[in-house]
Design a protein around this ligand. Sequence first.
Ligand code: ADP
Length: 634
Amino acid sequence: MTDTATNNRETLGFQAEVKQLLQLMIHSLYSNREIFLRELISNAADACDKLRFEALHNASLFENDSALNIRIGYDTAARTLTISDNGIGMSRDEVINNLGTIAKSGTREFFSRLSGDQQKDANLIGQFGVGFYSSFIVADRVTVTTRRAGEKADQGVHWESEGGGEFAIEMVEKAARGTTITLHLREGQDDLLDGTKIRSMIRKYSDHIVQPILMKKEEWVDQKLQVQDEEETVNQAFALWARPKNEITEEQYKEFYKHVGHDFQDPLAWAHARVEGYQEYTQLLYIPGRAPFDMWERDAKHGVKLYVRRVFIMDDATQLMPRYMRFVRGVVDSSNLPLNVSREILQESKDIEAIRTGCTKKVLGLLEDMSKNDKEKYTKFWGEFGRVLKEGIGEDSAHRERVAGLLRLASTHADTPEETVSLADYISRMKEGQDKIYYITAESFNAAKNSPHLEVFRKKGIEVLLLTERIDEWVVTNLQEFQGKQLASVAKGGLDLGKLEDEAEKQAQEKDAGEFKELTDKIKASLTGRVKEVRVTHRLTESPACLVADDNDMNANLARLLKAAGQKIPVSQPILEINPKHPVVLRIKVEEKKFDDWASVLFDQALLAEGGKLDDPASFVKRVNQLMLEMSGS
Ligand code: ADP
């Protein structure tokens, strides 16, 4: 980017993603066109908040005008709407960065996922948010004049674009600090040039904005509309969260969410409370309706804003919420913290810890409530954020049991991965004599559901949780028990069904172990280097063999995940368990000549059945073909 004589007009290209966003937005949000006003007012309010905050340390930024406000005007002759604020304003570099690029990590990847199918993509835009660029829904030319607070009058910046591929920028004089945005309306948008209409849009979408939104008074005189010089405040201009709950309507809560959450869709739920005591603060916390596109980015934004006695302090206050609740949006307004609190201070502050614990409990309570009283909503929540919440099992030991209570997991109790169960449901269905919560981890729902390890459980009608997300391995590593019941993998260690097996079954097993001792020894010798042990099992009813991990070894699914992620893992050999009732096992028992081939096939198919990969697939195929031919007598 060249930057020669400062007031030279320059034309620059939008970042490719901005072009795509503009296209997508104009087409998909046309029926929602009014949202542009909310987005622009929301930005103006943020700019005022930022100025107030910076002025805490440097009062000269107010330039003798500390009454922050937002002004809306319109001009029927020029067919323009203007939104202006006396907030922080932008420098030239900031204009180029903020209004020419999208500086969120993961943006490029997000856009590369768009399919080009407008209907589908339109749905995705909700994950992204629209902001300033939404002005192009109603305008075919937008100009921005801005000057950063504290800069000289000749440091104004003028930005202009028709929403195509480029924008023009030049330095101008601007006496008043802040930003003025002028929308040159598209053909057919003239109904927006109406004071009554604009006022009603402001009240509908932006009533909760803390700064006064001013418009010139209007009066009808002799059937002609007279616009006066005097101004009036159109919105309530009062911090929503500081008002008593019973004075706030559902609509107001929702609109406020769209402002703080930078979202244009409704939230799923919210909690609003004033907390008294050692730390006094107000919390207004929202669960969004859908996950933002960057939820999985390392530096994904946290969504809670910190205020101190109604003065905005910071966005993205990571310390206010644990990481596994990074989807929560909203406001915390503290009465005790000092106004000069910084990110560094927050990091070590005990006060913030108290607030974080309070907010965490509030959100857990909100979710518990939802899971009990509005199952449909909770299912939606789980679909969007379940994977994030699962991180809490490992991350938040203090609330592990409560987070575990919120888990929804696939299970053999249901037919599809979408029908999930809670651990409490599971416990309520436990069989008499069952003292463990059984689970299996696998790469997919089908691999889990059809795993040989489940055979005996199916036979006995015992439910098994089917865990197929990567994070599940982490969940079961950290969640040893729930409501006093141990979690147990069905693919690890010796099968101990405890009281679920009767004496007769136990005796039969001991007898089999004795009878098959010779065979298991022989197979072990044949598979040296591949198995740790070979033993008879009763977990199988249909399959001839399966692999299990030793109690202290890593299970096969986790080992595969780590390997795929490029991690070095200690090599541990599995235990091969064989089914003493299976014809194939009985056949091997009497095999002499081709014993090694049979043993090898037995091992390989057990590995395949649990979703493993063969070291030498070609040899497996060759052996199977040979054995097939032999059996058919050729
Ligand atoms: P978002 O608000 O989600 O960050 P926008 O596209 O709406 O995205 O705005 C991009 C950035 O431009 C804002 O983060 C802010 O830094 C800047 N900006 C927008 N409007 C204003 C304004 N009125 N005053 C100062 N800065 C603004």
